[in-house]
Design a protein around this ligand. Structure first.
Ligand SMILES: O=C[C@H](O)COP(=O)(O)O
Length: 245
């Protein structure tokens, strides 16, 4: 059975003053029935590395070190206290031109540094509307997930681009279709494909979490906006714990 995971991606939000929210989430995570991961901006990783919640980063470079001004290697993030790193988030694919090949390389860099890679995939609104969602998912899975991936070092996050930060959420039927498809592709390709945690991401809130977590093959969520405040995020953690699956 895949592990249930409630993950928060703070994106480019969070100053030291906001560590109070992270501490409250960590305190809640300590007694939670599910795994909890928070990915704050890299500037805050060291400050919260000792809290009772798993800390991750939002991106890493492919190389271990070198002349790459402004970038951070997976080894540096691990050294700061990160245990995981998000790779291939659609905002990085769009803002920084990251390709599937880059995402696969970054995921391999994560494994090299003993970090879990949270690999993001998902279709745009145009792709959803022209009926190519599943072939887009296939291409992203094939291109972004390295052959060395396993359930122990990789989490897949399905995030329809059109649902991120918009308040628009796919129907449970749409989520079910894509998650079942991802599970099938993972089991086709990896011996432990049935064990990978597959998260849903895109406008998850306390008010819709239970319905989403009841969908087959949804093993948790990657939450953006609603992970910034403990009062918004902890009910999502609890909803995942209560999900009957
Ligand atoms: O990484 C998180 C996702 O992009 C979802 O963001 P959101 O919950 O603000 O829609």
């Amino acid at each position: 059975m895949p592990r249930k995971l409630a993950a928060g991606n703070w994106k480019m939000n969070g100053l030291r003053a906001d560590l109070v929210e992270l501490k409250a989430i960590a305190d809640h995570a300590e007694g939670a029935a599910v795994d909890v991961l928070i990915c704050p901006p890299a500037t805050l990783i060291a400050a919260c590395a000792d809290m009772t919640v798993t800390i991750g980063a939002q991106d890493c470079h492919t190389a271990e070190s070198g002349a790459h001004t402004g970038d951070l290697s997976a080894e540096m993030l691990a050294d700061a206290g990160a245990k995981a790193v998000i790779t291939g988030h659609s905002e990085r694919r769009a803002d920084h031109g990251e390709t599937d090949a880059t995402v696969a390389e970054k995921s391999e860099a994560a494994y090299r540094a003993n970090l879990t890679a949270v690999i993001c995939i998902g279709e745009t609104l145009a792709q959803r509307e022209d009926g190519t969602t599943l072939s887009v998912i296939d291409a992203q899975l094939a291109g972004s997930v390295p052959d060395s991936a396993s359930a122990a070092n990789t989490v897949i996050a399905y995030e329809p681009v059109w649902a991120i930060g918009t308040g628009k959420v796919p129907t449970t039927e749409q989520i079910a279709e894509v998650h079942a498809h991802i599970r099938e592709r993972l089991t086709d390709r990896f011996a432990d494909g049935a064990e990978f945690s597959v998260l849903y991401g895109g406008s998850v809130k306390a008010s819709n979490a239970a319905e989403i977590f009841a969908v087959d093959h949804v093993d948790g969520a990657l939450v953006g906006g609603a992970s910034l405040k403990a009062a918004d995020f902890t009910p999502i953690v609890d909803a995942l714990g209560a999900a009957d699956r």
